[in-house]
Design a protein around this ligand. Structure first.
Ligand code: FES
Length: 122
């Protein structure tokens, strides 16, 4: 059975901005939400290289230009829209995309099941 969890108002995500969320109250951001070229994407905050979180401090996921996702453990670089690693130790591997949607009130909702479903927030 799946349920939906509100993350933030979709409009609060600026272009090129990523934020981390902890929908399981685990004490660690497990979900990345970002806006890239007008669309919102949801990724699991797990680097395919060593399975660690990508950020070194809160919401630090993107490069300074807001164009690429960066794993700050060893510097792997990912495309924000495909999750593909284009440089670094996990070259050619992908982040895990999560399901979500924007509800009628404008909230970005994460669709969660027993195990996160993969998909997108479009
Ligand atoms: S854990 Fe992400 S690049 Fe090594």
């Amino acid at each position: 059975m799946s349920q939906s969890i509100p993350l933030c108002l979709a409009d609060s995500l600026r272009e090129g901005q990523a934020r981390g969320f902890d929908p399981d109250n685990s004490g660690q951001a497990t979900v990345i939400a970002l806006r890239y070229r007008g669309e919102i994407f949801l990724w699991r905050n797990v680097c395919p290289h060593l399975g660690t979180p990508m950020n070194w401090r809160r919401d630090a996921f993107m490069d300074p230009a807001g164009e690429k996702l960066v794993c700050f453990a060893h510097g792997a670089i990912f495309e924000p829209d495909s999750g593909l690693c284009i440089q670094g130790a996990c070259l050619g591997q992908r982040l895990t995309e999560l399901n979500g949607y924007i509800d009628a009130r404008g909230w970005l909702m994460l669709t969660e099941s027993d195990k996160y479903e993969t998909g997108n927030a479009k």
